[in-house]
Design a protein around this ligand. Structure first.
Ligand code: GAL
Length: 843
């Protein structure tokens, strides 16, 4: 060790942990000097307008001298289409929202003269779609795939100490999607400053090995980039800190031996280092411990360049015989697929909304998320790391052959490697990510060459996780040899074929999982008798699914019968915008019947019918919870099965049926118990028992409706375990506003979700109420959106007036940035019900 290095080591070892260079709290992972670049943009829409008219796009919109003061001023993240209006003539498949258009964003900014000599970058977490970027009128670059994160080096275009203008052009007219993609700068943008010699973008890669409770090997790779003009020798040190939450640094626990590196201008050098950490805190689903690695590059004549990496220590094993093991423990994957929209907020990322989504899923017992069918916002991975959720990280919905004219097939030839590398480099340090997916039901899933190429790219960038592909033609995938290129077989639906696959040599020894299962459809709080569909709603008895799907119960049966399967990802956790099956006319549905011509013909006819009728449906029915996040009955089916130790019982349907006196009204119960007895007005309707592995709901299908009280008592191992009661409610009398949290932060981001119930005089929700509601707010806050979970409701999410749907609605508010005090939220009807108000305190 030379003297300088020795001194440095001494210094670093003496450094009080976490408070050097103000790094005790990271703003964001990556380079230390990262500032939010979200505020005060100007926006204007050209091309297709929200009402369907055209606005010509003039030339020169990138010029710095352009007068944009009449453009709309806004902060990011921004989805230009979510306010609508919904237009009945637009396709339900993409949410009946006017997302196609050309969007221009412009922002003025100053970079201090003292930063001259540093490298200045703009990091885009995602831009929908076909982003082109200019600074001061000069073209910087492009990134077309709207779901990828990317970095633009703007250093050469800047005037330090003076006004600069960045202009971004987005084009969704050139993009096609099978669901609502959103539009605009819908994720965060960051201004990043580094020293000329610095840790490169996503330039660290940390892997762990030989993991036990006693110790773990931690391997580090760092890419150091010299963007200066001179040949340089830098000292590179990486220290490891515990982190209580993935943002704050705790105790320093170790450091890698400092290394000296010589780098010539315009080049990158990779360094490797290794250490053994004793008594590591493992990342588990129950206690998801993470560490922060702080890499410091010291170069003569430059300030230290610091780069933070969050990582976790956990062992993944994917076996054919014993399923998936996390830290040596068999862990059934109880997952859900999620599209990226946040319901009434659209595609615009909001951490509070996403945290709420994931919390609702976790409460149900879900332990894994599939980011169908694209790289997610980085926040999803940060939250998954912190909350202990596993992630199936997915790249594409199409390869070379598209499902739609202008989907990823247009980008594939030039961009697939860049997009795939961007996903893996950005996400590979996250302990939550356990599987890479190179595609979903792609048309070319039998193409051996492409499958091998994509798998090789991912293996090259991260050999520590399995690569998978989600097949809707697994037989074809096997027969062609394409599936043999993968580490793990993702199968969407058709699990009745499992016995056949189990006896097929080509399927042996390849871990398999349900990358997509069930696709059950329902409308929250809606029950039909003798039919499953009415008025573009679907019964909530959980008995309806498209031809390729099955009931949750059937999938549970399959999972129990074939325990070597790793688990499942249910389609879907939340309802999402677009794809309102069974009322969607999307031809790509036919792809699910590649080999079954009879079913294909039936579906072709059904799609034709739907097209003629043009249903009002604009969001999905697949969700286990509705678009507001309100649980449908199915939520309790999963909770009963996924959380067997959590005492719960849930009755469906509700018990207010004025027209059904003396009519047979089937009662179904989901419970984590093993047996239950049902009582109607105190009279037993009998006991029902679950056959293990066979029954996942208890059914009393000959109950004759009488108003009053329906009560279920569930037992487990002979003891009372849980109860649930449904009562016939009285007439509508009043409104109730029930905030999910009583406080909201005034950071311009935090949200407060408030549930509205239409109630009888005893505060019991009236299950079919559809009163028209008026929301208002007093104090330093604003209503961000309202919704009611009705997939056919074409009222804009920004409207303050909307009907309740099956007794419920939702209002989402936020506090004005920097404000204090209280916010009052009010709801009233013009139908004479007692109005409601609630107070939210600003934190
Ligand atoms: C699958 C597809 C999903 C969704 C689903 C609906 O085939 O991968 O994106 O369309 O069907 O059931």
């Amino acid at each position: 060790m030379n003297r300088i290095t020795a001194l440095l080591v001494l210094l670093l070892t003496w450094m009080p942990s976490g408070d050097v260079f103000s790094q005790s709290q990271m703003h964001r992972e990556g380079n230390a000097d990262v500032q939010s670049f979200d505020s005060e943009w100007r926006f204007r829409r050209f091309g297709l307008q929200a009402d369907g008219s055209q606005m010509p796009e003039p030339a020169g919109l990138e010029q710095s001298g352009l007068d944009d003061h009449q453009w709309t001023q806004l902060d990011l993240p921004h989805d230009w289409a979510i306010a609508g209006p919904f237009r009945i003539e637009l396709s339900g498949n993409t949410g009946k929202l006017p997302w196609k258009g050309i969007g221009w964003y412009r922002k003025k900014f100053v970079v201090d003269t003292k930063d001259a000599g540093r490298r200045i970058f703009l990091d885009f977490d995602g831009a929908m779609a076909y982003a082109k970027i200019w600074v001061n009128g000069k073209y910087v670059g492009t990134w077309p795939y709207g779901y990828s994160s990317f970095r633009m080096d703007i250093t050469p275009f800047l005037n330090f100490g003076k006004d600069n203008t960045v202009a971004v052009r987005l084009d969704t007219e050139s993009w096609d999607s099978r669901w609502y993609p959103g539009a605009g700068l819908y994720r965060h943008v960051w201004l990043v400053k580094t020293q000329p010699v610095h840790t490169a973008h996503w330039g660290t890669y940390i892997t762990t090995d030989n993991i036990s409770e006693r110790q773990a090997d931690v391997c580090l790779k760092v890419n150091i980039q010299n963007q200066g003009r001179k040949h340089m020798t830098s000292q590179v040190t990486t220290e490891l800190f515990e982190s209580p939450d993935g943002k704050n640094m705790g105790r320093k626990v170790a450091y890698f031996k400092p290394q000296s590196v010589q780098i010539s201008p315009d080049s990158t050098r990779e360094l490797s280092a290794h250490l053994t950490l004793s008594a590591p805190r493992l990342w588990t689903l129950e206690t998801p411990a993470v560490y922060i690695a702080r890499t410091t590059v010291n170069t003569p004549g430059m300030k230290p360049d610091i780069y933070n990496t969050v990582f976790g220590i956990r062992k993944l094993e994917f076996t054919h015989g014993k399923g998936f093991l996390l830290n040596g423990k068999r862990t059934e994957i109880k997952g859900v697929c999620l599209h990226h929209d946040l319901g009434s907020l659209g595609a615009a990322i909001n951490t509070a909304a996403l945290r709420r989504q994931l919390t609702i899923m976790k409460n149900m017992g879900c332990n894994a998320i599939r980011t169908s069918h694209n790289p997610p916002a980085p926040e999803l991975l940060e939250l998954a790391d912190q909350m202990g959720l596993l992630v199936w990280d997915e790249s594409f919905d199409a390869w070379k052959r598209g499902k739609r004219k202008n989907d990823y097939n247009k980008l594939f030839p030039e961009w697939h490697e860049k997009d795939l590398v961007a996903m893996v480099h950005r996400d590979r340090n996250h302990p939550a990510v356990i599987i890479w997916s190179i595609g979903n039901e792609v048309m070319d899933q039998q193409d051996v060459a492409i499958t091998r190429e994509l798998t090789d790219i991912v293996h090259r960038e991260d050999p520590t996780r399995p690569v998978s592909n989600a097949y809707n033609d697994p037989d074809g995938g096997r027969a062609s040899g394409a599936a043999a290129c993968l580490d793990l077989m993702g199968v969407n639906y058709f699990f009745s074929k499992q016995p056949q696959w189990d006896n097929d040599e080509r399927f042996k020894n390849k871990p398999t999982m349900g990358s997509e299962t069930s696709s059950c459809v329902s409308s929250r709080g809606t029950y039909f008798f003798g039919t499953n569909y009415e008025n573009y709603q679907v019964t909530s008895y959980d008995v309806a699914w498209p031809g390729w799907g099955c009931s949750p119960d059937e999938q549970f049966r399959i999972n129990a019968r074939y325990p070597h399967l790793l688990g499942e990802f249910v389609w879907t956790g939340f309802d999402y915008l677009g794809e309102p099956t069974p009322f969607n006319s999307d031809e790509t549905n036919l792809l699910n019947f590649r080999t079954d011509s009879t079913k294909r013909k039936e579906l072709e006819k059904a799609l034709e019918e739907i097209r003629k009728k043009n249903p009002p449906s604009r969001s999905s029915y697949f969700g286990i919870v509705d678009l507001c996040g309100f649980p449908k009955d199915r939520f309790y089916s999963y909770q009963a099965h996924w959380r067997p130790d959590y005492p719960m019982a849930h009755i469906m349907p509700h018990w207010t049926w004025p027209g059904r006196k003396d009519s047979i009204t089937p009662v179904h119960v989901y419970t984590s118990g093993d047996m239950a007895e049902l009582f109607l007005n105190g009279e037993s309707k009998g006991k029902k028992y679950k056959r293990p592995g066979e029954d996942f709901r208890l059914v009393w299908d000959s109950v004759v409706y009488q108003p009053g009280e329906l009560r279920v008592v569930a037992y487990k191992n002979g003891k009372v375990w849980a109860t649930d009661t449904m009562r016939t409610v009285g007439p509508r009398q009043k409104l109730l506003l029930l905030p999910e949290t009583n406080t909201v932060k005034a950071d311009g981001v935090d949200l407060c979700y408030i549930k509205l119930l239409v109630c009888d005089e005893n505060n019991r929700m009236v299950p079919d109420a559809s009163d028209n509601l008026n929301f208002s707010i007093e104090g330093p806050g604003e209503i961000v959106a309202t919704d009611n979970g009705d997939a056919t409701c074409l009222i804009s999410f920004s409207s303050l007036v909307r009907p309740a749907y099956n007794g419920m609605a939702q209002v989402i508010i936020k506090a004005k940035k920097g404000a204090g005090g209280k916010i009052k939220v009010l709801a009233q009807t013009d139908t004479g019900l007692k109005k409601a108000e609630t107070i939210i305190n600003i934190k």
